[in-house]
Design a binder for this molecule. Sequence first.
Ligand code: PLP
Length: 392
Amino acid sequence: MNTHSNARRLVYLDHSATTPVRAEVLAAMLPYFADKFGNPSSIHSWGREARVAVDAAREQIASAIGANPQEIIFTSGGTEADNLAIRGVAQSLKDKGNHLITSQIEHHAVLNTFQDLAKQGFKVTYVPCDEYGMIDPDDVRKAITDETILISIMHGQNEVGTIQPVEEIGKIARERNIIFHSDAVQSLGKIPVNVDAMGVDLLTISSHKIYGPKGVGALYVRKGTKIKPQVTGGIHERRLRAGTENVPGIVGFGEACRLAQQEMPEESKRLRELRDRLINGILNTIPDTVLNGHPEKRLPHNANISVKYVEGEAILLNLDLFGIGASSGSACTSGSLEPSHVLLAMKIPHETAHGSLRMTLGRSNTKEDIDYVLEVLPPIVEKLRAMSVFGN
Ligand SMILES: *Cc1c(COP(=O)(O)O)cnc(C)c1O
């Protein structure tokens, strides 16, 4: 990577975009590519060996979220799980009602799925959030009509890290007998995720955000919840998701879940301390910086800071020269100069939203990494502000 011309170390601070596969996970996966290559649907010993591995992973994942193994449906990732949940409910319950509720700050996998359903004739209410990126359960309650068949509100927000009051929303959904889905891709492995405590009927999780491989995820489907499959074919995954299972991927996801669960108390505490060192370091040394997202109710690994009078993209490019990988808004929106829909929903002024910087910490990060960022960032901002057309 010869583009890091000024780098004295490499600091990856984009763990909400993806994480590396950890060594234990890779080791668990390797036998299932060539040695143990069987199709879990086959009845011979090769098939049974693969089936046993898939079932063991299903148990590991179910145990991490307080579910029964039969309630776990493997998919190709978080995006597909979101699609299966939302389209699956809309199509299965369309005779009961045509109103759907979600929020303005969902991941694009959720938001664009609802936008597509709106084009197909469903009515969609997008509940707002406050200046901290927090959704008010009362707004969800008020949005409910006799036609409402689905509520989908995420758990940990991927850009600003705000943890949503899903338990309260779950209660409201249950009282009104409405299906409740939550995207927990960012919260899994960082804070407790329990399907009963959250009161969800459907829950999305993904492997590559927790040190597992890319291209595998799961939808939790509470027993008795009716959803229409979106991929048709064989009878895999309780007929809800056809296709030969991604056995190595599923095995890796299971192991990643087990390790995340085991290490969460200690690792989340460590990340929270590093995150606060980073946030406080920036706010205290660089003038005109503000924290985006909730100051306390936030994911332990998320720091999102707006640097006024500069473009977030410009900071990112300069940080990259120093070997630091961060993001502005979400990975999907960087590259376009539209401010993130999340910061706009939080009513953050355009000029502040444009200077937003998301740094998401993970297992590899140390105190030295954070101190390096705190050393490198202030002169970058100073240089950019001196060149800025905004003035200061
Ligand atoms: C990453 C992410 C997804 C998408 O998951 P993939 O496995 O990459 O498809 C969905 N929702 C949230 C909140 C995410 O952070």
